[in-house]
Write a protein of this length. Structure first.
Length: 98
């Protein structure tokens, strides 16, 4: 009986990413990448529209609602941008394996 459990070596970011997408086909990953790229462009446009609307000013409550929405759009934009980069890396990695 061991008093201290053995520590597992932390997985590198590449190993975690490879294990995340290993069960998907190449075509599925390409489709997911295309969707992520489209979503990033959509969120960039939506963020621009919200910033334009916020530039007009208005009631304080409306401005707080716009600021909250802008913040959520930025969070989603960053999340989908990261996903797009991960999927692109996976596509390139699989092409190099072939």
């Amino acid at each position: 009986m061991k008093l201290f459990p053995e520590k597992k070596a932390p997985q590198s970011e590449v190993q975690v990413q490879e294990s995340r997408y290993h069960r998907y086909s190449r075509r599925a990953i390409e489709n997911m990448h295309d969707f992520a790229r489209w979503r990033v462009m959509q969120l960039e446009h939506h963020g621009g529209v919200l910033n334009f609307l916020a530039s007009f000013g208005g009631e304080l409550e409306d401005l707080f609602n716009l600021a909250s929405r802008i913040e959520r759009v930025e969070i989603n934009h960053n999340r989908f941008q990261k996903m797009e980069q991960e999927l692109l890396y996976e596509i390139i990695r699989r092409q190099q394996e072939e």
